[in-house]
Write a protein that binds this ligand. Structure first.
Ligand code: SF4
Length: 255
């Protein structure tokens, strides 16, 4: 179970409300020994607060030892590709700093948007069985209301008289739409087996200019993860770090 929680009182009340109640329920679940995680979603306003949130977890909820940081997905928030670019740059930089902060405070900070190195997949999402308030089944937990334009496209079943009905043909059709085989632009991407072709909802909510920004983010994050692994395993007789080693080579025109 995951609790969507913005950690800092100001952002919880701004984005979701009821900070005091949610914080009290988290305390109660910790007291009862329930197994759950915290998921924090960052807007352009909160994205530079990641390290502060990790710090807050360590003081206000010292028994919580891990947190998942997620990106926001909304074409109402990102009106131009430049706005998305700023957000992605901030997210990556802040996330790397918050992860280091987490290591110092013994809190595991994770993000599936950033950390794709451990994945091997040909599609990013295998499809959910998300029960909506309408009693229908959506392929994506983020699309659940008939007021949303993608609703009809994403619904592939319902629950009626206690019976779950699934349209398997529609499920397969939806699943086959977004993956590294069906999307031409993924074919030559070095990140394709880690990314899996990206989020279906993102593809269907934004145009190609935005997609380019999102792909750059995924590729840059993967490069950073690869670099971190190399750096952790880089042994130099004079104990020079990998980044300095490369910089020295570049300076000496030796690369
Ligand atoms: S980063 Fe972009 S191009 Fe590369 S696999 Fe993912 S969606 Fe496709």
């Amino acid at each position: 179970m995951a609790v969507s929680f913005e950690i800092l009182k100001y952002f919880q009340n701004l984005e979701r409300g009821s900070y005091d109640k949610v914080a009290a329920n988290i305390d109660m679940m910790l007291d009862m020994g329930y197994s759950f995680g915290i998921r924090t979603t960052f807007t352009p306003d909160s994205v530079c607060q990641m390290s502060k949130m990790v710090e807050e977890l360590s003081t206000r909820f010292p028994r919580l030892r891990q947190v998942v940081f997620d990106t926001v997905l909304s074409n109402e928030i990102f009106k131009t590709p430049e706005m998305l670019q700023d957000y992605c740059d901030n997210f990556l930089r802040e996330y790397m700093a918050a992860k280091e902060q987490g290591k110092r405070l013994n809190i595991k900070v994770q993000s599936v948007a950033v950390e794709t190195l451990s994945f091997i997949r040909d599609r990013a999402c295998k499809g959910k069985i998300a029960l909506t308030p309408m009693g229908t089944i959506s392929i994506c937990a983020r699309v659940s209301s008939p007021q949303e334009s993608l609703y009809d496209k994403y619904i592939y079943g319902n629950v009626e008289n206690g019976v779950l009905n699934l349209d398997e043909e529609k499920f397969r059709k939806i699943i086959d739409e977004n993956n590294i085989y069906s999307q031409d632009f993924c074919h030559n991407c070095f990140a394709k087996w880690n990314c899996g072709g990206g989020c279906r909802l993102f593809h269907q909510s934004f145009n190609a200019e935005f997609l380019k920004v999102k792909c750059n983010f995924t590729q840059k994050a993967l490069r950073q993860e690869l670099f971190n692994v190399l750096q952790d395993n880089f042994l130099h007789p004079q104990k020079i770090g990998l980044q300095d080693f490369i910089n020295n080579k570049i300076k000496a025109n030796d690369i």
